[in-house]
Design a protein around this ligand. Structure first.
Ligand code: PA5
Length: 446
């Protein structure tokens, strides 16, 4: 048994099986590009050149960070979402009652209230702050770094540096300077490894290791999927990432505009936001791209699923299931007569039955759907799914003729915010801001 993708429901509605032909025809072009870029080192999430260095530099940090109960991660976007998905999937204890183990807090927003709740209730001496930023200059992360640095300093004096680790570019950026100036421990975000492709580097694996998660298994699972792409010995046409990319492009060409990521592995629910960011920031370019819509089974059967089933017929679906999510307790044998059909059944049967029911219902509503079926819910399986989705995203972008590794559109809002806060060098944004704020407004109170 291994992980699988079922394609039987992939072509329905307006999507016919031959719709992928123009994209599959580009297999050899993309295979050559893959080989070129892997050799040039520009796709480290497929070639993992940084892993030997990580295996050397990460373990020595563990005794110290594991001697403390808390890790507070400062990071946003790709510097946060992978770590959160991994924590929720493999160290969910802190989200339940009676937890006594390590706790990971991820500051990926700039809520004064939430950040204050951490600084006022965590003990600095029992906390490691990990500041994660590839660029080392992201304002949300850097401002929280300044606050956390003062918080540690005020409590610990010169020992604050033992409680701060940075994960950033090896040479560039403000955080690298900070690490050098203060002698902070640091791990590297390798060249060419953009945030949303970096979960399986120090960015996601340092928090994972702190929580005692088998981070090597995550890497091994990813390598299982990425190796055949990177080594070029397997025809690209037969790799599921390429098939997914062709299918996604065919969906868009057929007029679909949304891609549901329907996760029926509840512990993996937070992979939805991780995938949404990976897909959206990579592929929303030049007026193109399928909008990712994360959803969780069975919860969203009682929510957005109505829209999936009977709203606009503009959605395709990646449907994620697992053969073995654990049977759970058996239901009691003394259920009332009208529930007798459930007597003694494992609780886990409900999840499996509802996944099947929803998958069939989506099929009846002619939603093109691929079923990613995982053999188990362990970290190696998750690593495999992450690499598959990263590779599929990359190849989807290449087939769309856009650059899936940049994110130019999100820069404008950041520049305007910087200008609003008084940063120098934003003359154009300041002028645009002044004009925006002085325009006549149509405002209605309620
Ligand atoms: O995926 C991306 O590249 C982005 O979402 C980044 O992760 C995010 O903007 C944070 O950037 P940085 O890691 O440089 O702080």
């Amino acid at each position: 048994m291994s992980h699988s993708i079922e394609w039987s429901q992939a072509y329905t509605g307006r999507l016919s099986p031959d719709a992928t032909a123009p994209f599959t025809a580009r297999a050899s072009e993309l295979a050559q590009r893959l080989q070129r870029e892997c050799a040039a080192g520009t796709l480290p999430f497929l070639t993992f050149p940084f892993v030997p260095a990580l295996r050397e530099s990460l373990p020595p940090l563990l005794p110290r960070i594991r001697s403390r109960k808390h890790m507070l991660v400062l990071g946003i976007g790709g510097s946060a979402l992978g770590a959160r998905a991994i924590q929720r999937a493999f160290a969910p204890g802190q989200d339940g009652p009676g937890h006594d183990g390590p706790c990971l807090w991820i500051a990926d927003n700039v809520s004064p209230t939430i950040f204050e709740s951490w600084l006022s209730s965590l003990s600095p001496s029992d906390t490691t702050v990990v500041c994660i930023s590839k660029s080392g200059g992201t304002i949300e992360t850097v401002t929280q770094y300044f606050l956390a640095r003062r918080w540690l300093r005020e409590a610990l004096g010169s020992r604050w540096t033992d409680h701060m680790i940075v994960v950033t570019d090896i040479a560039k950026g403000f955080l690298r300077q900070e690490a050098q100036q203060h002698g902070l421990d640091s791990l590297e975000v390798p060249d060419h490894l953009g945030g949303r492709y970096s979960a399986l580097s120090a960015v996601g694996l340092l928090p994972a290791a702190f929580l005692g998660i088998d981070w090597e298994a995550l890497l091994n699972g990813a390598a299982d999927v990425a190796r055949p792409l990177a080594d070029g010995n397997t025809p690209l046409e037969s790799h599921p990432a390429f098939r997914l990319a062709c299918w996604a492009n065919a969906l868009e060409a057929a007029g679909y505009s949304q891609l549901i990521f329907f996760c029926y592995i509840p512990l993996w629910a937070t992979y939805g936001p991780w995938f949404a960011q990976l897909w959206a920031e990579s592929l929303g370019k030049e007026g193109k791209g399928l909008q990712p819509v994360p959803a969780v089974g069975v919860t969203d059967q009682h929510s957005v699923n109505q829209m999936f089933l009977d709203g606009r017929r503009d959605k395709g679906c990646i449907f994620v299931t697992c053969a073995d999510d654990g049977p759970g307790r058996n239901l009691p044998d003394d259920l009332p007569e009208n529930w007798a059909w459930l007597r003694g059944k494992p609780f886990g049967d409900l999840l499996t039955a509802e996944a099947l029911g929803t998958r069939m219902a989506l099929g009846s509503s002619q939603v093109p759907l691929v079923n990613l079926h995982m053999e188990n819910t362990g970290p190696r399986a998750a690593g495999a799914m992450m690499a598959l989705l990263e590779a599929a995203t990359l190849l989807t972008g290449w087939l769309m003729n856009i650059n899936p590794l940049d994110q130019p559109a999100v820069e404008l809002g950041k520049r305007i915010a910087n200008s609003r806060l008084g940063a120098p060098g934003y003359a154009e944004e300041s002028a645009a801001l002044a004009s925006f704020l002085s325009r006549s407004r149509d405002v209605q109170s309620f």
